[in-house]
Design a protein around this ligand. Sequence first.
Ligand code: UDX
Length: 475
Amino acid sequence: MKKTTTTTKRVLLFPFMAQGHLIPFSQLAHLISLRNNHSVTLVNTHSNILTLRSILPSSSTVRLSSLPFNPSDHGLPPGHESTDSLPFHLFTPLFLSTESLRPAFTRFVSDALSSDPTSPLSIIADPFLGWTVDVAKDLGVFHAFFLTSGAWGSAVFLSLWTHHPLPWSDSGDLVLPNRPNVRLHRSQVTPLLLDGDADNNPEFAFFHRQIAQFCKSDGLIVNTAEGFERSGVEFLKEESGGMPVWAVGPLLRVPSTPSSDDTHIGWLAGHPPASVLYVSFGSMNTISASQMVELAMGLEASGTAFMWVIRPPSGFDFKGGFREEWLPEGFEERMREQNRGVLIHGWAPQMEILSHGSTGAFLSHCGWNSVLESLCNGVPIIGWPIAGEQFYNSMMMVEEIGVCVEIARGNGNESVVCREDVERIVRSVMMGGEGEEMRRKAREVGEVLRAAVGEGGASVRAMDDFLHTAALSFV
Ligand code: UDX
């Protein structure tokens, strides 16, 4: 079929239903929609479409299309179609429920093809939606997975799953076959991989299926920059058996213009440059009640000003009410009176906080969006990884880049953080020479990241190459 350069190229994007995935997918969709002759559609369930609409710039031309979905058919409470509103024990039903979207998605793609058979169409899907590869292959459409985590973290994750069960070293660590120097403590590996198997654990079987689908795709788009994660990109290519990898990041929300009318930004503005520690564990992770007390006591003893996005501890409703008993007695009031600390109960304007000059470091769970948002703003990280690939993000930033120091290395009860560690590490990053050096490196990394998405940057060229490859493959 003859194609001309002015033919509109259509791209369908399908993210998994979690804030940490919806945000970078909406940025990718918006970025592609800004290209000449590209028409972009984001597909999802109704309530996630509403979330995507709220994330996209109001001027965006990205189309939004909902697929029929009934949460209660999958044991999910009515209206609960994303990890953001679900307790952890309902994540597996949500993972499994995504497979029910296949018939409606197939119809959607096939209608798009028959409505305009000459205009190239490609699919960019979340790796948690592995079945989308089969839909694409059945209908002869180009398919890529978009990894919303970094290259290194994704490669370690892929390695853990593809080579499962992995060998243990004599010292009791897991050894990655293609990277024998990388040793992982068992607390840095999801319990699913340590104890689960496909026959008796539906969540294990789900991830196993996604990994099997992974390498059937035509390529991988990653939210990273090659100049920032060179060894991660190499590792990912190896682990995926030589798949094309397009590093198109960092894809970030543009912060709104900081306004000192905003309570939090106004509070930050009253503090000296790089003097406030921002503390947040992302959109779905929490720490235990006892760890919250240690963190609070350590922050108070450190003497540093801080802004802490605080949620109920693990085991309680993530979005439920907050109880004073979860913190040391009088902590919040004392911090407020001394103008030392602010607790944000609910959703924080994270991009605006990280881009404010008064923010000096980020105590983070090392979710990939948080990592990129911090480093793009030249803000170093104190790592407290909790789950998933967060351990590997943190490890890579400590060992390869020097912009992170870890306060905790593993999850759950295997890595207990005490108030003395919090005080010591926070002091050294906020007040000591170590922090100055980390801030200098973070500023350098920030320049590399911003240059990658600037005019003619490596990530822009990778995006050109991806779009060209996708359009050319349309027959
Ligand atoms: C999840 C996984 O935990 C993470 O490991 C993976 O890399 C991506 O998916 P999440 O835990 O939500 O993500 O963390 P993160 O990747 O940091 O994404 C959170 C996003 O929500 C960030 O863009 C952050 O700016 C935003 N956010 C979070 C807010 O704007 N305000 C908040 O209060 C909390």
